[in-house]
Design a protein around this ligand. Structure first.
Ligand code: DMJ
Length: 589
């Protein structure tokens, strides 16, 4: 016996002859001892040895099976396509044979199908990230119960008049289709789960499983479809562990990837789900900044759950590209970027509202989602917040309300703030809890308060856009008639939810409750559902006859979470809420 190929032949023991003699002696004595035993003892001993050997074999085979199942599984549902020189999806060569080989090797495990399912990569990932499916206890006080009832009233109207269509038209008791993917069901499902509404969640699950198909010959907006449909289903997957949601997400994700068939890392804005083609928007040649930079949380979750890194790679490439080319104004970007050239449009408006908002949100939230491991995301976010404070953050007269204005054509200051901007109160406060300056919390509270002031209208609802007065005068803010409508958007309530979680100041709950009561009073349609309204200043309400899916996906969800006594539900160091309010797990990398 040699220690190694280079070993000259030294015995393993200092005296090999002695060792061999000892072994021979032990064997002889054992044989003699065994021969002396009775037949019963002999049979018992043979059984014991057999049992021990079987146990050993079982342990070894389980270890091998786990390794095999932990290997990433590429998407196998479509032919390979090539985008930006990367091969996406496609069937593995001789997949059956591969499977058979694995199964032969793992023969001992074949009788245990349940255990096989539990070892699948998606299931493992879900459990690794969230534990078992998340349990929610339902409302814990009267205000939460009222919000649950409101959700059910919205669901009921949708079910009666629009089931399976995108959105309810509650006044005309009909529906409208945008993507034709049952938008209200998929956007609202995780809210039903969080509220503990088992019946509604079961109805939604059943519809998604049996009716939802993406074989649709229609153009859909890549961003909206991602944040509402893909985000909704991925959240449902992580909250329930039901793999059907993941399978549907993979199907949709693959189709939506057609947006990346552009000549640059910037995706097209629209996608044909059936033909798997991507195009520029109908209204122009540019994609919106927020749209191309607000799909990354959803696609990362899809990649991590499915084992196919393509979704994460392509979407993160957009963020990396923008990081590389940089933004004018010390980290503030223009609102348009071209999918053909990959460059920003010169002289575009800089805003934290429509077309740009969630770029900043996802810089921060991607950093959080990836366990704070990607420094440049944090740096770009910090830089942008400093520039926002320098160029856009101002206060009104006479009461010094703080707001975030815009730079029209990248230059001229406009004291205009969309309701959408209110999201930043949540992001800034969460940032301040995660190492960004205390000043960010201060700004968050001030903007949260301004958003509350925007609700100071006869209806108690907030307008789409407000303008602020910066010179001495009577009114701090005013609303132009064309900006006075209200789609029952979530952002102000979302901001108050974060602020309440981090400060514990009950005024945020009171503001949320007041907004909820206003929704009940002025937007509720008695036959089912809620309607957007035309003017928040008129109590003689005019309905716009539409119930947006984000009312269920976000507004009611944030109200419910804000108003709960238990603020440990969905802890913010384990879950990150997407821009559409869908919770996804936080990873450690
Ligand atoms: C939602 O669809 C998302 O929050 C998106 O980022 C912008 N706003 C709407 C709701 O207002």
């Amino acid at each position: 016996m040699r220690l190694s190929r280079d070993d000259p032949g030294l015995p393993l023991y200092h005296n090999e002859n002695n060792r061999n003699q000892t072994l021979r002696r032990i064997r002889t004595r054992a044989r003699f001892w065994f021969a002396q035993r009775s037949t019963g003892v002999k049979i018992g001993l043979l059984f014991l040895i057999g049992f021990l050997l079987f146990g050993l074999l079982k342990i070894c085979s389980r270890a091998i099976t786990t390794d095999v199942h932990q290997m990433a599984v590429p998407n196998q549902n479509q032919d390979p396509i090539i985008i930006n020189e990367q091969i996406i999806g496609g069937k593995p060569e001789n997949p059956k044979e591969d499977d058979e080989r694995v199964n032969d090797d793992m023969a001992v495990e074949m009788d245990n199908r349940q255990s096989d399912a539990e070892n699948s990569p998606a299931h493992k990932q879900a459990h690794r990230a969230t534990g078992k499916s998340v349990k929610f206890n339902g409302p814990d006080n009267e205000r939460q119960k009222a919000v649950v009832k409101a959700f059910q009233h919205a669901w009921l109207g949708y079910k009666k008049y629009a089931w399976g269509h995108d959105t309810l038209k509650p006044v005309s008791k009909s529906y409208s289709d945008w993507f034709d993917t049952g938008l209200t069901i998929v956007d609202g499902l995780d809210t039903a789960l969080i509220m503990g509404l088992e019946e509604e969640a079961a109805e939604a699950t059943e519809w998604i499983q049996n009716k939802l198909t993406f074989e649709k010959d229609r153009m859909v907006n890549f961003f909206e479809c991602t944040i509402r449909v893909l985000g909704g289903m991925m959240s449902a997957f992580y909250l329930t562990g039901n793999e059907m949601f993941l399978e549907k997400s993979v199907d949709l994700g693959d189709r939506l990837l057609s947006a990346f068939k552009s000549p640059s890392p910037i995706p097209f804005s629209d996608v044909n789900l059936l033909k798997r083609t991507g195009t520029n928007p109908q209204w122009g040649s540019d994609s919106s900044l927020s749209e191309v930079t607000t799909v990354q949380l959803e696609y990362r979750a899809l990649s991590r759950a499915s084992g196919n890194s393509t979704y994460e790679d392509l979407s993160f490439n957009v963020s990396q590209h923008i990081h590389k080319i940089g933004c004018d104004h010390e980290g503030l970007c223009g609102m348009f970027i071209n999918a053909n050239t990959g460059t920003f449009k010169k002289g575009a408006t800089i805003t934290f509202g429509a077309r740009s908002d969630s770029y900043y949100e996802y810089l921060f939230k991607q950093w959080i989602q990836t366990g704070k491991t990607i420094d440049w995301l944090k740096d770009d976010y910090g830089k942008a917040m400093a520039a926002m404070e320098k160029y856009l953050y101002r206060n009104s007269e006479p009461n010094k309300m703080f707001f975030i204005g815009e730079l029209l054509s990248g230059e001229t200051y406009s004291p205009k703030m969309d309701h959408l901007v209110c999201f930043i109160a949540g992001t800034l406060s969460q940032g301040s809890q995660n190492g960004f300056p205390r000043k960010h919390m201060d700004m968050a509270e001030k903007i949260g308060e301004t958003c509350h002031n925007m609700y100071d209208n006869p209806t108690g609802l907030g307008p789409e856009i407000a303008h602020f007065n910066m010179i001495p005068g009577k009114e701090d803010l005013y609303v132009k008639p064309l900006d006075a409508h209200c789609l029952l958007r979530p952002e102000a309530i979302e901001g108050w939810f974060y602020l309440y979680r981090f400060t514990g100041n009950k005024k945020y709950q009171e503001w949320g409750w007041a907004a909820f009561q206003a929704i009940e009073k002025y937007a509720r349609i008695s036959t089912g559902g809620y309607s957007s309204i035309s003017n928040v200043k008129k109590i003689n309400v005019q309905y716009r006859d539409s119930m947006e899916s984000f009312l269920l996906g976000e507004t009611f969800k944030y109200l419910y979470l804000l108003l709960g006594d238990d603020q440990t539900v969905l802890p913010l160091d384990k879950w990150v809420f997407t821009t559409e309010g869908h919770p996804l797990p936080i990873y450690d990398h």
